[in-house]
Design a protein around this ligand. Sequence first.
Ligand code: OGA
Ligand code: MN
Length: 221
Amino acid sequence: MEDNADLIGGVGGDRLGGVIDSLVTRGYAVSPGYFPPSLVRALRKETMERDQRGEFRLAGIGRRQDHQKDTRVRSDRTCWLKGDSLAQCRLLDAMETLRLEVNRTLFMGLFDLESHFAIYGPGDYYQRHLDAFNGNNGRLLSVVLYLNEGWQSEWGGRLRIWPEPDAMRVVTEVEPRAGTLVVFLSEKIPHEVLAATRERYSIAGWFRCNNTTADWLDPPR
Ligand code: OGA
Ligand code: MN
């Protein structure tokens, strides 16, 4: 049943309009059930298989020359998505639909997407941060998709969101439930991943602008 429902209107379907509206009014959007169970299941399976094959690495902060591994800031493990499975292709397809709609309605000029699988083990966290500042990495719009079926509130692992860079008061906390999509402006919305008592699976991605100039070919990451 649920798998048939997935096929109607494509991934996201009628939820896309709501995501765009919320982005405009709040700078972030939370959309439970944006991704169908069958796709989420396939992506979770792939995450676990890649982990077993040793494809995950301790996540870093910053890009290239200033790339550091600092477990005081974050302690999750990640593996970059390269579009080399059917499930990844379906996901990237849905992201492309989102990219085109955001560009069409909000003129954000989103150019490409870099994304990774992430595993937070029990006790892992990612302290409050912005995904971009002053255009340092070209990231404009952040997306997070959760892959945890049957997630219980008491396991923790919520994504905490503040409404603007200097805000003191949290506006919302999102449970990392299977199929939920979170989208937010990379330079404007601070967020934090709280520690969980179970393994927590997600995919995080960033739509970037094109920083290529005549003497600088912008690499994807
Ligand atoms: C990130 C991030 C949020 C999450 O990877 O930059 O903030 O809920 N992830 O996994
Ligand atoms: Mn982040």
